[in-house]
Ligand binder design. Structure first.
Ligand code: SF4
Length: 453
C-alpha cells in the first residue's frame, strides 16, 4: 500500500482566512481553535511570506481559546463567550470576527450562537466557520467576506456613481498585495473613478460601510471573489465587471484601462493620454539599460510556473505578449474548483502567440509536481526560468535556473513597496528576473555552477 502526504505547503488551511480579517484596519479575528492553527497559516501567509503581518494587529496578540484535549469532550463555548467579553473590553477594534477550526466544528461548538449573544454590542461581533477540513485559505477568505456581507452590510441610502469596489486580490495570498492595491487605487483615481478598497492602510470600517454604495464591483482575478461580486449583485443590485487578471505590462494594462473606461463611461481621451504617457515611460526604461541584459541569446526564453491561478494568468500574458517568452508548463496549485478550471485554461491560452495550445496546464494541489517535472529536464545546454513559491527556489537553485517568487509563501525577501502591477510594476518583474539570470547565467554564454555540491 502506498501513502501520500502533503509537504511544502503552498496554501494554508481555511483558518488562513483570518489574514483577510487582519488585512482590514482594526478588524480583529477571535480564534476558537487549537493553539497551533494560527501558526500553520502563518507558515504560508505570514512570517515566511515576505515577513508580512496584520495591518493593525500582529498575529501574536490575536485572542484565542486555544482549544485543547479536554475541550474535545466538553466543548469550550463558555470560554469563547468570556474571551469575547474580555476582547470587547481590552481591544480597540471596529469589528470582531469569531472564527473556529476543525476541533470546535467537530465537537459542535456553535460560534454563531456565541456571536448572537453580542448582537447589542456597539462593536459588531460576527462569526465565520473556518475548519481546515472544508477548504484552503481561499475558501476561508471567502467565508470572511461572506460573513461581512451577510451579517453586517445594510442596504445603501445612496449610490455613488463613480465608486468602484475592488475585489479579486486576496490579501497575503497575493504576497505583493499592499503596494499592488496602492498602485491600483492611484490608477483608478487617475481614470476618474472613486476606488473603494477595504484592505490596507487607512481603509477599515469606513470602506466596509461604503461597499453597498458602489456603482459597480470590479473583480480583477480569474476566479477569486467572483462569488463575492455575485452575492453583492444579488443583495444590493450592484453590477460587476470581471477582468480575468491583474494586468502586468503594457499590453494587458492598456487592455484593462480601455475595458474599464468603456464599461464605466469614463473619458476616453484622458485614458488614451495616460496610456501613451505610461507606455512611453515603460519603453524608455526597456531601451535604456534593460535591453543590454535581456538581448543575450543564451538567456532562457521558456518558463515553468508553479503558482496560484491569479499569478499564473497575469504572468503568462505578460511574459508571452510583451516579452516573447514561451510557456513550457504551468502548474496551478491553489485547488481551483472544477467549474472554474475551463475558464482559467481559456484565459491562459488567450495569448498573442501561435503555439498557445502547445503547452500543458496542470491543476493540482500537489505543489511538488513541478519539481518532479523539472528533474526530468536536461539543463546542460539550455535553461528555463521558473516562477513559483519559496519552495521552488530550492529547485531553481539546484538546477541554476533563473527564478522569481510570485506566490505565497514568498520567502524571506523584503517586499516593501514592490508590485508587478501595471506598466511600472512590469519593470520590477523584468528587473527581478534578469538580476537572477545574471547571477546564474553569465554573459559569455557559458553556464556556470555557482556552488559545488
Ligand atoms: S486543518 Fe484544522 S486543525 Fe489543522 S490548522 Fe487548520 S483548522 Fe487547525
Amino acid at each position: 500500500m502506498t501513502t501520500s502526504c502533503s509537504e511544502q505547503q503552498r496554501v494554508a488551511c481555511a483558518v488562513g482566512g483570518i489574514y483577510t480579517a487582519l488585512a482590514i484596519e482594526k478588524v480583529l479575528p477571535i480564534m476558537h481553535c487549537g493553539p497551533g492553527c494560527q501558526g500553520n497559516a502563518a507558515g504560508v501567509l505570514g512570517r515566511t511570506n515576505g515577513g508580512l503581518s496584520g495591518i493593525t494587529y500582529p498575529e501574536s496578540i490575536i485572542p484565542s481559546t486555544n482549544f485543547c484535549e479536554q475541550d474535545t469532550i466538553f466543548g469550550a463555548s463558555d470560554r469563547l463567550h468570556r474571551l469575547v467579553e474580555k476582547s470587547l473590553e481590552y481591544y480597540k477594534s471596529d469589528m470582531f470576527i469569531l472564527v473556529d477550526g476543525c476541533t470546535a466544528e467537530i465537537v459542535g461548538d456553535d460560534i454563531e450562537e456565541v456571536a448572537g449573544h453580542f448582537k447589542q454590542s456597539p462593536i459588531p461581533v460576527l462569526y465565520a466557520t473556518l475548519p481546515g477540513f472544508k477548504g484552503n485559505n481561499l475558501w476561508g477568505h471567502s467565508q470572511i467576506l461572506h460573513a461581512i456581507i451577510d451579517q453586517y452590510l445594510k442596504p445603501p441610502d445612496m449610490i455613488r456613481d463613480k465608486q468602484v469596489n475592488v475585489w479579486g486580490i486576496v490579501p497575503y495570498y497575493d504576497s505583493l498585495w499592499i503596494p499592488t492595491l496602492e498602485e491600483l487605487e492611484k490608477l483608478l483615481f487617475t481614470l476618474g473613478l472613486e476606488p473603494n478598497i477595504i484592505y490596507g492602510r487607512g481603509k477599515g470600517i469606513m470602506a466596509i460601510n461604503r461597499i453597498p454604495q458602489a456603482a459597480f464591483n470590479l473583480v480583477l482575478a480569474p476566479w477569486t471573489d467572483l462569488d463575492v461580486a455575485k452575492k453583492l449583485e444579488a443583495k444590493f443590485g450592484t453590477p460587476y465587471l470581471h477582468y480575468p487578471c491583474l494586468p502586468i505590462g503594457p499590453t494587458e494594462t492598456t487592455r484593462f484601462i480601455r475595458t474599464i473606461t468603456e464599461y464605466a463611461g469614463l473619458d476616453q481621451v484622458h485614458a488614451e493620454n495616460y496610456i501613451k504617457q505610461e507606455e512611453g515611460r515603460y519603453y524608455f526604461y526597456v531601451k535604456n539599460g534593460i535591453k543590454t541584459f535581456t538581448g543575450g541569446t543564451q538567456n532562457p526564453k521558456r518558463f515553468f510556473i508553479n503558482s496560484s491561478a491569479a499569478q499564473a494568468v497575469s504572468l503568462t500574458r505578460f511574459l508571452v505578449n510583451d516579452w516573447g517568452f514561451i510557456p513550457k508548463k504551468i502548474f496551478i496549485i491553489d485547488d481551483v474548483k472544477p467549474e472554474y478550471q475551463e475558464g482559467i485554461t481559456k484565459e491562459l491560452r488567450s495569448l498573442e502567440y501561435e503555439g498557445k495550445d502547445d503547452f500543458d496546464i496542470v491543476f493540482t494541489n500537489d505543489g511538488g509536481l513541478c519539481d518532479q517535472e523539472i528533474k526530468k529536464e536536461n539543463f546542460e545546454f539550455h535553461k528555463i526560468c521558473l516562477f513559483g513559491t519559496t519552495w521552488d527556489q530550492l529547485t531553481a537553485k539546484n538546477n541554476q535556473l533563473p527564478f522569481v517568487p510570485v506566490s505565497a509563501p514568498y520567502g524571506e525577501y523584503l517586499i516593501a513597496n514592490k508590485t508587478y502591477f501595471s506598466f511600472n510594476g512590469a519593470l520590477n518583474l523584468v528587473r527581478d528576473l534578469y538580476n537572477d539570470m545574471t547571477k546564474k547565467i553569465l554573459g559569455s554564454g557559458i553556464v556556470v555552477r555557482l556552488e559545488t555540491e
